[in-house]
Design a protein around this ligand. Sequence first.
Ligand SMILES: O=c1ccn([C@@H]2O[C@H](COP(=O)(O)OP(=O)(O)O[C@H]3OC[C@@H](O)[C@H](O)[C@H]3O)[C@@H](O)[C@H]2O)c(=O)[nH]1
Length: 397
Amino acid sequence: MKQLHKPASARRDEEIPMSQNPPYSPKALKHPRSLPRSLNYLLKEQRLLFILVGILIGSTFFIIQPSLSYLWSASSGPRIPRSHSFSGNGESVSLYDRTGVVGYDENYRSKYHNGVGRVPVGIRSKRKRIVVTGGAGFVGSHLVDKLIARGDDVIVIDNFFTGRKENVVHLSGNPRFELIRHDVVEPILLEVDQIYHLACPASPVHYKYNPVKTIKTNVMGTLNMLGLAKRIGARFLLTSTSEVYGDPLEHPQKETYWGHVNPIGVRSCYDEGKRTAETLTMDYHRGAGVEVRIARIFNTYGPRMCLDDGRVVSNFVSQAIRKHPMTVYGDGKQTRSFQYVSDLVDGLVALMESEHIGPFNLGNPGEFTMLELAEVCDLWAPSMIFSYLMMGLESSS
Ligand SMILES: O=c1ccn([C@@H]2O[C@H](COP(=O)(O)OP(=O)(O)O[C@H]3OC[C@@H](O)[C@H](O)[C@H]3O)[C@@H](O)[C@H]2O)c(=O)[nH]1
């Protein structure tokens, strides 16, 4: 009865003529009769060696497979924080520059991967990871647009005191854009290559609203961001202001001019706050070797500037549109230069990428008196309504 339930292989063994069976040995008695034949099969023609080599190759593939999939998703997936530029026909192609965000992956893969295989790791170059403090503000949001269009990963930090989510909402679905509600007076730890530090109310109406908070933002906020730059080895750009020159005794103001500033006036929270921020920036450079840039920004206008911003351009334009009298302060003979926001943003990026350390004025060399500006605004009021709508200026009043 026992023999009826033997495995088929055993039955096949019984059918093999005795002459082909291996000679009797005590060892053969200790194991099922099929085992020596299996071993025999394996050992013949170095089959065991081939099996071992196969296992080795398989194991190697599974060990390195996660890093291969990482490299693949780094070039195509939205969750990987950095990616690369590729050089094709001597031309640098940024991941999202040409195709836009939506549908990029498919375009990219069809252009670079179909039938070609993966791009070798060696020819990839890192795209930059950049943090922009105050990136939801008037200037910051335009800067973020430019950096995203260039193909960088951008993290915006904003406490939304003067910044608005509407300024960056169009980027919300972009995998290379991240928005963090955070006040720079508190430390934050991020891994980035560059820091554009814009966070601070810039219009007199806003920075005078809470002067202590304004100077705290300039001092503590700048300290925190410089500390971060030092810790992670990032390049740091401070957006300072033409107001560091105070009521200047020199015209035009060169970067070498030290200014003429009231340390106890109502604007001092901003003027002196930015001067201290510049001091901290240069001290971190000299003392800790941080790569720093300082942009002294002159009066700027353009889309996303609120009509109730409080600066002279938005004040005069809103007054002209509403047919209200223009509020020319003083005798109106004080002069200012006015630059368009996209020119400023180009300047900020160029400065960051340059080797220039120390203050750099960013503004329009042509100056107007406030009386001249008021006349221009009055003259062009009807067309301004259309222009400002086109520029996307919004009034919260
Ligand atoms: O309604 C107004 C507003 C302002 N002004 C005058 O216009 C001139 C320009 O004033 P703004 O408020 O536009 O601002 P400022 O040029 O002093 O500084 C501005 O530009 C440089 C930036 O770095 C500063 O953050 C920003 O406040 C000042 O002389 C001011 O007194 C008016 O005559 N009427």
